[in-house]
Design a protein around this ligand. Structure first.
Ligand code: ADP
Ligand code: ASP
Ligand code: MG
Length: 404
């Protein structure tokens, strides 16, 4: 008997039958004597469809109005799920982000949770013994405006609630059996992991494995949330995300990830003098444009090139910003390439295995795939490639590490 937070993603609530299936999973957990708080995403592709609808009316709609719109998807799935649970004869209440106490900052469309005031949920659990269904992905800011947490943010809502309520377990129910060594939809031979560390999961999530929202992993690590990823369809055991894992045999890497939300910008013929990199990256930083991989070429006489990657969504804004400051920065032109992807390998095992990066590059060489940029840290190696090569690259790297 305990308190369990369960989160169900878009595919898991996409249809009436699936909502009824989710209602069964929730009520089974409740019948076993647990308090249950469930966090739901919007049904299927609802969020994408709402974005398309907004674009038809105003492609430059304010982020505030976008959040007002996008938050509605989760209200639909939650109220429908509560109705399904009512029909099964259990006490239930659905709550929006603000009713559930999610207080965020004011970064519309990418808001950060500041605090979860759990009084309302707690009283529903204690006084009414209700099952509580909460809209994922949303909160409210200090102006009482609705905010959303960024795409995929319902995972973070669930983990934040689990942390605030000191839940015994946080289960992320999705459409695959758990966390795999690569996206099981695209990579042949991808293997399900029984366990993975917070650190490795955080890297994988940040590098494009969308199975968990990266901020949810960060938060689970910080607040020591007992976290598990599993399927709402198969009933099989999932993947436990933990501080330390015990593995019989240490593998060199735990997974391969691909991130398509990348673009490369190149400042061509920049003056080779102190302060240029500082000026370029300060400008981008002031506009909250995150820069990832940076490559500065050797100087050619008086000039050099600086290339770097940003999120693809930020590429146009970054280019406009640099062009506005063209004369001050003194470069010849900016090249933008949006047809690139970042492919990464992640694993704590890299620390005591020399040659892991070489093995990755070898797999790409064998597949005749060209690398544009490389970046490394203690537990990951990332390469920037042409988008057209991405799937083949992931498969080649995965086969090299997991099949040979
Ligand atoms: P949900 O709607 O449940 O939040 P998402 O679509 O956000 O689900 O995340 C689940 C998807 O993540 C899977 O369908 C799978 O295609 C993808 N995915 C990418 N990398 C991995 C991985 N390493 N392990 C498992 N799934 C992955
Ligand atoms: N519905 C939101 C999205 O599609 C949030 C989520 O599903 O986690 O991004
Ligand atoms: Mg998701």
């Amino acid at each position: 008997m305990g308190l369990i937070v369960q989160k169900f993603g878009g595919t898991s609530v996409a249809t009436t039958e699936r909502i009824q299936n989710v209602a069964r999973i929730i009520t089974e957990t409740y019948k076993q004597g647990n308090n249950v708080v469930a966090v739901l995403s919007a049904q299927g592709d609802t969020t994408d469809e709402l974005i398309e609808k907004a674009k038809e009316i105003n492609p430059k709609a304010s982020r505030r109005e976008m959040d007002m719109l996008l938050s509605t998807g989760e209200q639909i799935s939650c109220s429908l799920c509560a109705m399904a649970i009512e029909a099964l004869g259990f006490p239930v209440v659905s709550l929006t982000g603000w009713q559930a106490g999610f207080q965020t900052n004011s970064s519309y469309s990418n808001a950060r949770i500041k605090k979860v005031r759990t009084e309302r949920i707690q009283s529903e659990l204690d006084r009414n013994h209700s099952i509580v269904i909460v809209t994922g992905f949303q909160g409210i800011n200090k102006f009482d405006d609705i905010t959303t947490l960024g795409r995929g943010g319902s995972d973070t809502s669930a983990v934040a609630l689990a942390a605030a309520l000191k839940a015994d377990l946080c289960q992320i129910y999705t459409d695959v059996d758990g966390v795999y060594t690569a996206d099981p939809r695209y990579v042949k031979g991808a293997k399900k992991l029984d366990e993975i560390t917070f650190d490795e999961m955080l890297e994988l999530a940040s590098l494009g494995a969308q199975v968990l929202h990266n901020r949810s992993v960060e938060m689970a690590k910080k607040y020591r949330v007992n976290l598990e990823v599993l399927s709402s369809f198969s009933g099989k055991p999932g993947t436990k995300v933990k501080e330390v894992v015990k593995t019989m045999e240490k593998t060199q890497i735990s997974g391969v990830a691909k991130d398509k939300n990348v673009a490369r910008l190149a400042l061509v013929n920049v003056e080779d003098k102190p302060g240029i990199a500082y000026q370029v990256f300060s400008l981008l930083g002031q506009k909250n444009i995150n820069v990832d991989i940076i490559l500065q070429s050797m100087g050619r006489g008086e000039s050099q090139d600086i290339s770097f990657t940003v999120k693809r969504d930020d590429a146009d804004q970054a280019m406009e910003l640099l062009l506005e400051h063209k004369s001050a920065l003194g470069f010849e032109r900016v090249d933008v390439n949006k047809e690139v992807v970042k492919v990464s390998i992640v694993g704590a095992g890299m620390l005591d295995n020399a040659g892991v990066a070489a093995k990755m590059f070898g797999a790409l060489y064998d597949a005749d795939i060209n690398i544009h940029m490389i970046s490394t840290s203690e537990i990951k190696v990332s390469v920037l490639l042409d988008e057209a090569d991405a799937n083949q690259a992931v498969q080649a790297i995965h086969s090299k590490f997991f099949e040979e």
